[in-house]
Design a protein around this ligand. Structure first.
Ligand code: GTP
Ligand code: MG
Length: 193
């Protein structure tokens, strides 16, 4: 797949805006501020394509990017950010509920967690959702550049255990900042689609 051929297609705030054109869709999910947009930027080799924001919760829509006219990347708004108003949380919950009902639209998932921390209950729910609907999932442990070298393997093991990953489930150690894991992610996505 040619990642240089990429178009921003649409921001969806409600179900009527979901893309449903028969092309495959890979969804990028994870906690607010974990680096979903930065991971997409790194994958594409662009600095600021998917908006990377220093303000958590700012990406309140599902942003669709079309790669090589073949596959969509869907950048989801992050979960678990405490400081957003209740009305916004509700809006987010409705959007996510309607999105994850559309299993027919979702071909594969990339769940992004923070390599430094134990996955949250929401991360576990997310991983279980992919398993329960039989949708292929790649887990990516981001911000490796902020993790001490000596802690990486123990942290990766804790992530595997907490998310219930099997031996054959892929966990990619990643740094959107430095580029570690970029080619592994690209290869994993090629294998999924
Ligand atoms: P929401 O859209 O708000 O849910 O956030 P997001 O998950 O898309 O996170 P985003 O890409 O906006 O990144 C959040 C912050 O983390 C930004 O300040 C990024 O620069 C930083 N960040 C993302 N990935 C990395 C990484 O691998 N290493 C380091 N050091 N910082 C990172
Ligand atoms: Mg984002």
């Amino acid at each position: 797949m040619n990642y240089n051929n990429v178009k921003f297609v649409r921001s969806a705030a409600a179900e009527k805006d979901f893309i449903d054109d028969g092309r495959k869709q890979i969804v990028f999910a994870g906690r607010s501020n974990v680096g979903k947009s930065s991971v997409i930027n790194r994958l594409l080799g662009r600095k600021n394509f998917a908006r990377a924001s220093a303000t958590p919760g700012k990406t309140a829509h599902i942003n669709y990017f079309l790669i090589d006219d073949q596959v969509y990347l869907a950048d989801l708004p992050g979960y678990g950010y405490a400081k957003v108003p209740d009305a916004e949380k509700l809006r987010w919950a409705k959007l996510m509920e309607s999105y994850f009902e559309r299993t027919d639209l979702i071909s594969a998932g990339v769940l992004i967690v923070d390599l430094r921390h134990k996955p949250t209950a929401d991360d576990v729910t997310m991983a279980q959702w992919f398993k329960s609907v039989g949708c292929p999932l790649v887990v990516l442990a981001n911000k490796s550049d902020k993790c001490k070298k000596g802690e990486i393997s123990a942290n990766a093991a804790l992530i595997r255990e907490t998310l219930g990953l099997g031996e054959r489930d892929e966990l990619i150690i990643f740094s959107a900042e430095k580029g570690e894991g970029r080619d592994r992610l690209a290869a994993a996505l090629e294998a999924l689609i």
